[in-house]
Design a protein around this ligand. Structure first.
Ligand code: SF4
Ligand code: SF4
Length: 197
């Protein structure tokens, strides 16, 4: 059974004489502007903005910044080139080419020869992190990025691969945050030092 959609009629209130003259309304508007201006100049009463870059906002631990491809102890990517992140990506901005790994290990038989993310197409949804069965891709807290050419926005292994030991404060959205009082804080080795070089 179809029902007739409810129609809401919005009739504006008729304007009075003073409103139709506009001058009074304009002056009232300027008064509001002046009140906010003076309030901000002397007491910062109405300021809701942050004076970036001098002042930075506190972001959630789950911030989704530029990706990190987690490295093994030998510096090679933990990624096994399974393409699951590429499949899960709604923006179609991941490009992977696989190659055989120089190892007898069946578990790690493949690795990425090319792993690229177009950081301008990426919508920073974190689906690639969720899809990865190896916890090989996580997100950093790096979200202030500038590019001067379109090519620069495509980050390859040289940019994405973890270069230094991961610090918890450098990591954003990731599969596992550790439990309080757990001796296993993270599946990824956390050592002092920086993350991105
Ligand atoms: S964060 Fe989302 S859009 Fe960006 S690469 Fe991952 S899956 Fe694709
Ligand atoms: S899902 Fe993980 S292991 Fe698979 S290709 Fe992506 S980053 Fe590599």
């Amino acid at each position: 059974m179809s029902s007739t959609p409810e129609v809401i009629v919005c009739d504006p209130k008729p304007m009075g004489l003073l409103q139709r003259l506009y001058v009074i309304e304009v002056l009232k508007g300027l008064g509001v502007t002046l009140r906010h201006f003076l309030g901000n100049v002397f007491r910062r009463t109405y300021t809701v903005t942050v004076e970036w870059p001098e002042v930075k906002r506190e972001y959630s631990e789950r911030l989704r910044g530029r990706h990190i491809l987690v490295a093994r102890e030998d510096g090679s990517p933990r990624c096994v080139a399974c393409y699951m992140c590429e499949e899960a990506c709604p923006a179609d901005c991941i490009y992977i080419e696989a190659e055989e790994r120089d190892s007898d290990s069946v578990e790690f038989e493949k690795r990425p020869k090319v792993f690229e993310i177009d950081l301008l197409r990426c919508v920073y949804c974190g689906f690639c992190v969720d899809a990865c069965p190896k916890e090989a891709i996580i997100m950093s807290r790096v979200h202030e990025m500038t590019f001067t050419t379109r090519d620069e926005s495509v980050a390859g292994l040289d940019v994405l691969l973890q270069k230094k030991p991961l610090r918890k404060e450098d990591m954003g959205y990731r599969p596992y945050y550790g439990k309080p009082h757990s001796h296993i804080e993270l599946p990824i080795p956390v050592k002092p030092g920086g993350l991105l070089g």
